[in-house]
Design a protein around this ligand. Structure first.
Ligand code: FAD
Ligand code: SF4
Ligand code: SF4
Ligand code: SF4
Length: 357
């Protein structure tokens, strides 16, 4: 059993992968801080789109998505707005079949929708999440206020619109191609049977080749024989699987979801204990209310977890996301801010138990 207790940050699809890792394996992930996520973009196509505006990734100080635009705050302090109707073409294909806005299987979900500027909306989902938030309030890491009814309704409406729009896309895709497995409501016995007959080639044909892979890296992390590597665009296999292994297919967030984890699409925000607006009393450099950074600071400072799994930027490639495990609060602070593209987050957990700190 791992000695690590990890607090991870991730988008709803990454949080689902973490939930499956916890469900099926002895995972070191202990706390899940889930982000809201409407869509994500291809890094390469984003670079190409910026070129049309005579911009480079390196010119940008902060990305924000607001009211139908991608807002780019430049290092020169000018702002450039790209309509989402134009940016639509650089959205990753898998995001069009994603029916989850608020990381419903997390302990705590965090996003900007529903809160005032520089505040975050926080959804407490589990007892563990509630204890963390109460502790952070008590130790003056965060302050809170209620969401108004209008703010709550806005959040619910946006979550509903994402579900409805993408369910339509799923239905169209299923008519033309293969079933979208993670949306199949089949019982746990049938899931066990399906899994027992599935290996990497089934993952490839049902998820990777049909544009459903979210590039989370859970398959690469979970493969006991290290046969999977993820290049910039997709997981690849080198070598032969042994007969009784089905791990990559089992933990992928885009294969069957067991009944304990599957989202109920009629509840747009999933199950929760409480929704509030929150602001950091310790940090200011984050994307919205700097709440993710502050909760990780609280968790590490109080030794509630041993490590944080965060997504930073590569030093030599502006805004290119890069996942890492750290115990260092300065690194957590440096990783604040949203990078609007993907990286295989679970790659960073591979070999964690062999690392020397
Ligand atoms: C792709 C994407 C789309 C999003 N879309 C929405 C949206 O539509 N509506 C909304 O309200 N909120 C959205 N969010 C969440 C929002 O941008 C903020 O992350 C959230 O409000 C937390 O802000 P903060 O100031 O508390 O976080 P901070 O304190 O700034 O911390 C941000 C944390 O996010 C992590 N992170 C950054 N980029 C990524 C990434 N690509 N993948 C995984 N983790 C990452 C970092 O590790 C960092 O710890 C999105 C986030 C992402 C990554
Ligand atoms: S599939 Fe796309 S839209 Fe859905 S949570 Fe993942 S990154 Fe966000
Ligand atoms: S050995 Fe197992 S986890 Fe690795 S690729 Fe084959 S089926 Fe997947
Ligand atoms: S195929 Fe691998 S990288 Fe892609 S979504 Fe599934 S687990 Fe994640």
């Amino acid at each position: 059993m791992s000695e690590h207790k990890i607090a991870m940050v991730g988008t709803p699809c990454e949080i689902m992968a973490a939930s499956k890792l916890q469900y099926y394996t002895d995972s070191p992930i202990d706390v899940k801080l889930g982000l809201f996520c409407m869509e994500n973009f291809s890094y390469k196509y984003f670079e190409n789109l910026l070129r049309e505006y005579d911009l480079k990734m390196d010119d940008i100080e902060k990305f924000q998505i607001d009211k139908g635009f991608i807002s780019l705050l430049l290092k020169t302090k000018e702002t450039v707005k790209i309509p989402l109707s134009i940016a639509k073409r650089i959205i990753r294909k898998n995001c069009n079949i994603c029916v989850e806005l608020t990381s419903e299987t997390s302990d705590i979900s965090i996003g900007s929708i529903g809160s005032d500027d520089n505040w975050s909306t926080l959804i407490i989902r589990t007892k563990k999440g509630e204890e963390i938030v109460n502790g952070a309030i008590k130790q003056k890491f965060i302050e809170t206020k209620e969401l108004t009814e209008t703010q709550f309704k806005l959040l619910n409406k946006i979550a509903e619109s994402k579900i409805n729009k993408n369910i339509d896309t799923i239905e169209r895709r299923e008519f033309l191609a293969r079933p979208v497995l993670y949306q199949r409501d089949i019982n746990d016995d049938s899931i066990t049977k399906e899994i027992s007959q599935s290996q990497f080639l089934d993952l490839k044909s049902n998820v990777i080749d049909v544009g459903a892979c979210v590039l989370c890296g859970a398959c690469e992390y979970a493969c006991p024989d290290s046969l999977i590597t993820i290049n910039d665009t997709k997981p690849l296999i080198k070598g032969e699987c042994h007969q009784d292994c089905h791990m990559c297919f089992t933990v992928c967030p885009r294969t069957y979801i067991p009944s304990d984890l599957i989202n109920d699409n009629s509840k747009a925000l999933g199950d929760f204990i409480k929704i509030i607006s929150v602001k950091s009393l310790k940090h200011t450099q984050g994307q919205d209310g700097s709440i993710v950074t502050t909760l990780l600071d609280y968790l590490l400072t109080n030794n509630i977890v041993t490590d944080a799994l965060i997504v930073d930027k590569k030093d030599h490639l502006a805004w290119k996301p890069y996942a890492k495990i750290t115990k260092d609060i300065d690194e957590v602070v440096k990783s604040g801010g949203t990078k609007y593209s993907v990286c295989p987050v679970f790659k960073a957990m591979k070999n964690i138990d062999e690392e020397v700190y």
